[in-house]
Design a protein. Structure first.
Length: 338
């Protein structure tokens, strides 16, 4: 984890004026602190980034609730990891970046105004994206999940869970010529899935009814690919039930609440491939961000459409609560880190 500075110097909710280098941290379940930070000169091979913003990831909800393994207080800026901003200072031996360049980057302390990371963790954003929020990490995740899914024209695809990832995957799969069935609990998410190109949008209710409907439509064949993008047991079971013999089950949801059970008899009988589409190799993650930039420039995806709620850094708690509760047509929160 990369620390934006040596230490968080305070911990009150609103101790620092806007423009002061500062960071948030989780003090206890459901409680944040905001305090000024000391920023340092980047070491050899590093860059310091003045953050414009960062996305709020659903994976942060486990720590926010005080889940197993969470230590309080968290480090300054943690667990934010979807940042973008402007290079403010460059360490020795960095020849790939220069001050003033706008970048998306991979870090672990982005709930802050500044973060220092290895120069190799940053990807330059082209001028065509100036002024646009760009949480590169989750966009790169969507691109890598899509690549791992191997979706092609004519495929029958089910996507269970239409949040930020599910919506981007719906758009990518539809644009590739696949027929997408989107499945979600929320009416606003079903409407969003249709906007993203889904041929059909089904409410997430009784799994037997959904499987029966898809089976009838496909004359018993079911789906070539089913993507689970929720991170819970029941959606994972449903996605597996929707995969045809020899198809692909793609696990895109972040499962953070303990072990899962699978119906191994079904998995054996269907003979499908189970793909864990979470990438941990840094070079693959960075490549996903680059491909996400290209897809945005080409108009194949529009991430900005899905960034529905913006909060100041001091309201990180509200952003996390809304990420959990999803009010109205909520899709994804971003934090303005000014």
């Amino acid at each position: 984890m990369n620390d934006p500075g040596p230490a968080l110097l305070g911990g009150d909710r609103h101790p620092a004026a806007e423009g002061t280098p500062r960071a948030a941290r989780l003090l206890a379940p459901g409680q944040i602190g905001i305090g000024p930070i000391e920023i340092r000169a980047p070491d050899r091979g590093e860059v310091r980034i003045r953050l414009e913003g960062t996305g709020v990831c659903a994976s942060n909800l486990g720590p926010w609730a005080g889940g197993p393994g969470t230590g309080f207080p968290t480090d300054p800026g943690a667990p934010g990891h979807e940042g973008w901003g402007v290079v403010e200072a460059v360490g020795a031996d960095v020849d790939t970046l220069r001050t003033g360049q706008r970048v998306a980057f991979l870090g672990g302390a982005s709930y802050a105004t500044h973060e220092t990371v290895p120069a190799g963790n940053a990807v330059v954003l082209p001028p065509e994206l100036d002024g646009q929020p760009f949480p590169g990490e989750p966009i790169g995740c969507a691109m890598n999940i899509f690549r791992r899914s191997r979706i092609a024209a004519g495929d029958d695809v089910a996507i269970v869970g239409i949040g930020f990832l599910g919506a981007l995957l719906t758009r990518l799969a539809s644009a590739a010529g696949a027929r997408v069935t989107a499945i979600s609990r929320r009416q606003s998410s079903l409407e969003l899935a249709r906007e993203m190109g889904a041929a059909e949008a089904l409410p997430l209710g009784d799994a037997r009814d959904i499987v029966g409907h898809v089976s009838d439509r496909t004359r018993g064949r079911l789906c070539d690919v089913a993507i689970e993008a929720v991170g819970a047991q029941a959606p994972l079971d449903l996605a597996a039930d929707l995969v045809r013999e020899g198809g692909r089950l793609v696990i895109a949801g972040y499962h953070q609440d303990g072990p899962r059970q699978v119906n191994m008899q079904l998995w054996n009988w269907r003979g499908f491939d189970a793909i864990n589409a979470h990438e941990r190799d840094l070079s693959v993650q960075l490549d996903g961000i680059r491909r996400g930039i290209a897809a945005t420039l080409e108009g194949r995806i529009d991430p900005g459409r899905l960034l529905t709620h913006t909060y100041p850094l001091e309201d990180l708690d509200r952003a996390l609560n809304d990420t959990r509760d999803k009010p109205g047509a909520f899709v994804k929160a971003v934090i303005a880190c000014r």
